[in-house]
Design a protein around this ligand. Structure first.
Ligand SMILES: [Zn+2]
Ligand SMILES: [Zn+2]
Length: 162
């Protein structure tokens, strides 16, 4: 798996080199990033850090989007210097022009939290996972409504763990 990630980094560099018709120094790549961020580009150190757990859980999107996102930060830094905004027009140009990707700032990978129980409620149009606290309030007579269809939310009897 890390080989795929390294190969994608290299492919992103080759695309940028073909596009800008110049070479860029390759970064060091670390997979030791933890927490909520998928990747971080350290501009002065020419270092990319990626979150191995999020990569494992979202490999396809991670390779396509996150790797290009972080590489684009380093490319933008090399081309335009330190004064540009991180997700400004220079970075967006690289995302759109070189990688043909949407210049999304953030990933929406699920972040694993402490496991919690959800109580599934439903109206006529959608499902609502309720917390234990909210489920207990319903037990005490509280009612909740769907804003869209205005129906009362009813417990389905189903629980899930998040
Ligand atoms: Zn970014
Ligand atoms: Zn509804």
């Amino acid at each position: 798996m890390p080989e795929l990630l390294n190969a994608r980094v290299e492919a992103c560099y080759q695309q940028a080199e073909a596009f800008f018709k110049r070479s860029f120094p390759r970064p060091r790549v670390s997979l030791k990033l933890r927490g909520q961020k998928a990747g971080v580009a350290h501009l002065d150190e020419n270092l990319l850090r990626f979150n191995l757990q999020l990569y494992r859980e979202n490999s396809e999107d991670f390779l396509r989007q996150t790797v290009a996102h972080e590489v684009a930060h380093l490319i933008a830094h090399h081309l335009f210097g330190p004064r540009i905004k991180p997700h400004g027009e220079e970075w967006q140009l690289i995302m759109r022009g070189v990688y043909e990707l949407p210049p999304n700032r953030c990933h929406n990978y699920a972040i694993r939290r402490r496991s919690v129980t959800r109580y599934l409620y439903r109206c006529q149009c959608q499902d609502f996972p309720f917390s234990a606290q909210r489920h207990a309030l319903v037990g005490k007579g509280r009612r909740y409504y769907c804003r869209r269809c205005k129906a009362t939310l009813v417990f389905t009897g189903q629980q899930s763990r998040e």
